[in-house]
Design a protein around this ligand. Structure first.
Ligand code: AHR
Ligand code: AHR
Length: 481
């Protein structure tokens, strides 16, 4: 059985079921999600390998070979048509044209599930999915249950990495107009014990870790690599539960009355569905989603415990975040451009600016050092890499407003993540494409001899699709110095 078969047996059927990694019903063999590739904007649907099974990631890999792919739609598996698409503007605009949010990279969150490769949905700040015309989801004070599986190591304090029930207008229409799962380390409203991240409920104008928005120490920090997060609500009562999605059982972090502040009892749920954003399209948060559902009715703890056992059985495990020619931590390297214009140019820096310069064995020592980089374990994720300047130890290549710069490591979470890159096989067949860890739609790209974290198409001039594959492929060799 799948999670939605278990919820149905418990009398609380799924009214929305989303996953890019697997079927959530035993008999589901339809499309799980759709991807769009950069080379010709063609789309394809990705389905399970067999009914009830893991997504066919190999079909995605073939379709996306030597180009980039975005996740355009996450299909609803319940048959109700509650699909998730690119989120429109609301109280806040997204970064894409007309205020839409960004779409996620189709390859930002590779994972192994039951021995098969699959891809989750890696939400960078600015990314979001939504359905403002969902049917069958809870409205008003009606009961609902939800669970989602997240990457417990990918989060931030921004508002709001959510999955669940929200406003149909993409605007903040008041307390109690949402009931979604939140995951992250925001301290603006509620907090739990430890430093976070926490599972909280986004009930609009507040992330709740318990009765009201303050410290509720029962809501424990939970940062397993794979986290099961549960939020459920019914008239006068709601609960938070969570656990390690790869082993063990769920713990109840809160189960009690609705908040005492006006507007939350009774609730005024509107029934739209959000992923990766807040109810008003706040889009400053990050996180990774693998699977999740919304139910009709308040699931029993026993039903949720069976769903947790099903998730553990599914077998979430990690896989490599890199591909192509391998890098060695501790080595000194150079990056040679492969675009026809520029094959004698190497990534170098002039002060904090990162550019390309013509360098060869007869160049002076200063230039050789400027064009050489020490490979370090990724500051923000040890499965990837950071690049430390040879002539300015302690300074690393990072992106800032998607421009690459060399800056001193200030020790912040943001610096670490902005300075972490996951090399892939080169998009043009040569060398490596150096993907950003925290914005996996983006990679090192030279444009007018300056370096950017660029996407293949997008709102910045340096995102131009022409020559993207060549501009974003670099041959890595021994450093000059
Ligand atoms: O409740 C927290 C956030 O507050 C909601 O997600 C958003 O709509 C509002 O800004
Ligand atoms: O480069 C994109 C973002 O710009 C970085 O993550 C952040 O540090 C800056 O605001």
């Amino acid at each position: 059985a799948g999670p939605c078969d278990i919820y149905a047996s418990g009398g609380t059927p799924c009214v929305a079921a989303h996953s890019t990694t697997r079927a959530l019903f035993n008999n589901f063999s339809g499309a799980l999600y759709q991807v769009r590739r950069g080379s010709d904007n063609a789309t394809t649907n990705i389905s399970p390998l067999s009914a009830g099974g893991v997504a066919n990631a190999t079909s995605q890999d073939s379709f996306c070979a030597q180009t980039t792919c975005l996740i355009t739609t996450i299909f609803d598996q319940t048959g109700r048509g509650n699909h998730l698409n690119q989120a429109p503007p609301g109280g806040f605009n997204g970064p894409d044209p007309n205020g839409f949010d960004n779409l996620a990279s189709a390859t930002g969150a590779p994972v192994i599930l039951g021995g098969h490769k699959a891809y989750g949905v890696f939400i960078s700040p600015g990314t979001g999915y939504r359905n403002n015309t969902a049917s069958g989801t809870a409205k008003g004070d009606a009961a609902q249950g939800m669970y989602a599986v997240f990457d417990g190591t990918h989060f931030n304090g921004g508002c709001c990495f959510d999955y669940g029930n929200a406003e149909t207008s993409s605007r903040d229409t008041g307390n109690g107009h949402m009931e979604a799962i939140y995951f992250g380390s925001s301290t603006t409203w509620g907090t739990g014990s430890g430093n976070g991240p926490w599972i909280m409920a986004d009930l609009e104008n507040g992330l709740f870790s318990g009765s009201n928005v303050h410290l509720n120490s029962g809501d424990q920090t939970i940062n397993d690599r794979f986290v099961t997060a549960v939020v459920k609500g019914q008239p006068g009562n709601w609960a938070i539960r969570g656990g390690n999605a790869a082993s063990g059982s769920l713990t109840t972090f809160w189960n009690g009355p609705r908040p005492s502040v006006s507007g939350y009892n009774p609730m005024s749920k509107e029934g739209a569905i959000i992923l990766g954003i807040g109810g008003d399209n706040s889009n400053g948060a990050q996180g990774t989603f693998y699977e999740g559902v919304m139910t009709s009715g308040f699931p029993s703890d026993a039903t949720e415990n069976s769903v947790q056992a099903n998730i553990v059985d599914a077998g979430y495990a990690t896989t490599s975040l890199t591909s192509g020619p391998a890098l060695t931590v501790g080595s000194s390297i150079s990056f040679r451009a492969t675009t026809a214009c520029c094959t004698t140019r190497f990534i170098a820096h002039t002060g904090s600016a990162v550019n390309t310069q013509v360098v060869d064995s007869s160049s002076n020592t200063t230039l050789k050092q400027q064009a050489s980089w020490s490979v370090r374990t990724g500051l923000g994720n040890s499965a990837c890499f950071s690049f430390e300047s040879r002539d300015t130890p302690g300074s690393f290549i990072r992106h800032f407003n998607f421009v690459l710069v060399v800056n001193a490591n200030d020790g912040s979470k943001e610096f670490s993540e902005d300075a972490t890159f996951c090399p892939q096989a080169g998009l043009n067949g040569q060398g490596n494409t150096i993907k950003s860890w925290n914005y996996p739609t983006r990679a090192f790209r030279h444009f007018d001899n300056n370096l950017f974290a660029a996407s293949n198409g997008g709102v910045h001039y340096f995102d131009a699709p022409a020559q993207y594959n060549d501009d974003a492929s670099f041959v890595i060799s021994a450093g000059f110095a």
